[in-house]
Design a protein around this ligand. Structure first.
Ligand SMILES: NC(=O)c1ccc[n+]([C@@H]2O[C@H](COP(=O)([O-])OP(=O)(O)OC[C@H]3O[C@@H](n4cnc5c(N)ncnc54)[C@H](OP(=O)(O)O)[C@@H]3O)[C@@H](O)[C@H]2O)c1
Length: 234
């Protein structure tokens, strides 16, 4: 299976890449950090599977389209796109700067749209494909102290659920994933705090693999994945 993953360089994206590569997928990786992508490529490529990468800023529609076209070319096709890249800034409206707001909107909403558009042509033509959009529990329930981030994740949810209705007749599946707290390492408030209670990035990758393996006529449209334990009391 040929799968493109955005935001592959860190956190949840890395976990998705590692699970899919272990399952025998060829993974096209997209992000801005070339050194991290190169490292992942070296770690996961084998004599039988080479995982290409492309560097692009998802805030730029042309750079995104070019990078995705390059990955589709190197993969010689695309079966699925996992829209995982995102900027997570958990601040309330009094503390969030305009630059932070624009970074979240431009990446989490515009970037999601640009990347999706870049794969839909080939998927429509082949009459098959799968879009997996990583929303968040904060794209379903209010997040006090993170209103701007939640707004972008609600946008992801609305886009994803509506897109399902627009593309299903072309044989294209859409799955919205709603993770709770994931130990992506990037967002630990305290690097020494216990994060074992959280979902791991690889477990989100496993959820992606599971939904990619439903039979052609069956689409798992939503998945909520949460830690069983509640956050430890401060
Ligand atoms: N962590 C959680 O608890 C949690 C829970 C629910 C949902 N989520 C969602 O899961 C996704 C990943 O989160 P994470 O925790 O893994 O975050 P992360 O560790 O900060 O990773 C974010 C990824 O997105 C990429 N990215 C960010 N801005 C980009 C841009 N402009 N262009 C291209 N790539 C960009 C980053 O790569 P570069 O910096 O190399 O470009 C990185 O690979 C996000 O959509 C987030 O909303 C996270």
């Amino acid at each position: 299976m040929k799968v493109i993953v955005t935001g592959a360089s860190h956190g949840i994206g890395q976990g998705i890449v590692s699970r899919l590569a272990a399952q025998g997928c060829t993974v096209g990786m997209l992000a801005r950090s070339e050194a991290a992508l190169q490292d992942l490529q070296e770690r996961h490529s084998t004599t039988n599977a080479f995982h290409p990468y492309a560097c692009a800023d998802l805030q730029d529609p042309n750079a995104t389209a070019t990078a995705i076209a390059k990955l589709i070319g190197e993969l010689q096709g695309v079966d699925a796109l996992i829209n995982n890249a995102g900027v997570v800034i958990r601040k309330d409206i009094f503390d969030l700067s305009l630059d932070e707001w624009h970074a979240m909107v431009n990446t989490n909403v515009n970037g999601l749209f640009y990347a999706t558009r870049a794969v839909l042509g080939p998927m429509k033509e082949q009459g098959a494909g799968h879009l997996i959009n990583i929303s968040s529990i904060s794209g379903k329930f209010p997040l006090p102290g993170g209103s701007a981030y939640a707004a972008t994740k609600y946008a992801c949810t609305g886009f994803s659920q509506s897109l399902f209705q627009e593309v299903r007749d072309f044989g294209i599946k859409v799955t919205t994933i709603f993770p709770g707290s994931v130990d992506s390492q990037s967002h630990r408030h305290d690097p020494d705090a216990d994060s074992d209670w959280k979902v791991t990035p690889e477990e989100v990758g496993q959820a992606c693999w599971d939904v990619l393996n439903t039979r052609p006529g069956n689409c798992v449209s939503e998945v909520e994945i949460r830690p069983l334990a509640r956050p430890p009391k401060p």
